[in-house]
Every structure is written in structure tokens, then in C-alpha cells.
Design a protein around this ligand. Sequence first.
Ligand code: 5GP
Length: 139
Amino acid sequence: MAAYDPDNIFAKILRGEIPSTRVYEDDDTLAFMDIMPRSDGHLLVIPKTPCRNLLDATPEQLAVVMSTTQKLAKAVVKAFNADGVTVQQFNEAAGGQEVFHLHFHVLPRFEGVSLRAPGQMGDFDLIAQHAEKIKASLA
Ligand code: 5GP
């Protein structure tokens, strides 16, 4: 497996070098909105320390990121009155991973509504509105 690249997009987001719409942060983890949302409220949860994915993460990194993923999964269900929530995580290019800093996708789901196709840029105003709803449900 390749080494961790400290210049991956999420590392730059963590360092504040590129903008992101943050919804939650603690000492160990960060949650921010996906710019190509496959459902309304689609967000990503990452550890603040470096690892590519599930294959090189330590138990401690997994523990903190899963704890925040559960917190955000509950928050999006509350924020959007969702019927369910999908959590996705991909490992290496062959496993569907595109950004090589461990992350969990959190996707609010509604009965009968499919996920949108990947790779479609979202509306930034709408993403910002969704972020505010999520932050309010965490408060
Ligand atoms: P994966 O690596 O699990 O396939 O997905 C990476 C995710 O990161 C995609 O859902 C994509 O939309 C999202 N993404 C890619 N570049 C950026 C970015 O610059 N900012 C944010 N917020 N999300 C990004």
C-alpha cells in the first residue's frame, strides 16, 4: 500500500489550506459537508491524525472516528427527519476510494429515494443550509 500523502485534499482541509463547510469538530475528528452530495446532508467524518484508510488506521483512530460518525448519523436523522442513514467507507482505488485520508460518508436516507449519481457538484448555498440544520441538531 502507498504511504500516506500529506498533501491529499482532506489533509489540506484539516490544515485550513482549502475551504470546507465544517459541521462538527473535536480534538480528534472533523466532520464537514461533501461537495458532491449524493443525498441532502451528505457529510464526511475524518480523524485529525494521518492514515489512508481502514487498512492502516490504528484501533484508536477507528474508535474516535466511529464515535463521531455515530454522533453525526444521529444528528442528520434528527436534522432531516430521515427514515434512515447510510454509512459508507472505501479502501484504496480498487475499493472505490478517491481521497486517501480515512473518511466515513454519512448519508441521510428517505423511503423510496435513491442516492444521486456520484461526481455531481452540489449547490453551495444549499449545502450551507443543510450544514446549519445539522449544526442546530447537534446543539
Ligand atoms: P471516496 O474517496 O470515499 O470515494 O470519496 C471522496 C469524497 O470526497 C467524494 O464523495 C467527493 O465528493 C468528496 N470530495 C472530493 N473533493 C472534495 C473537496 O475538496 N471538498 C469536500 N468537502 N469534499 C470533497
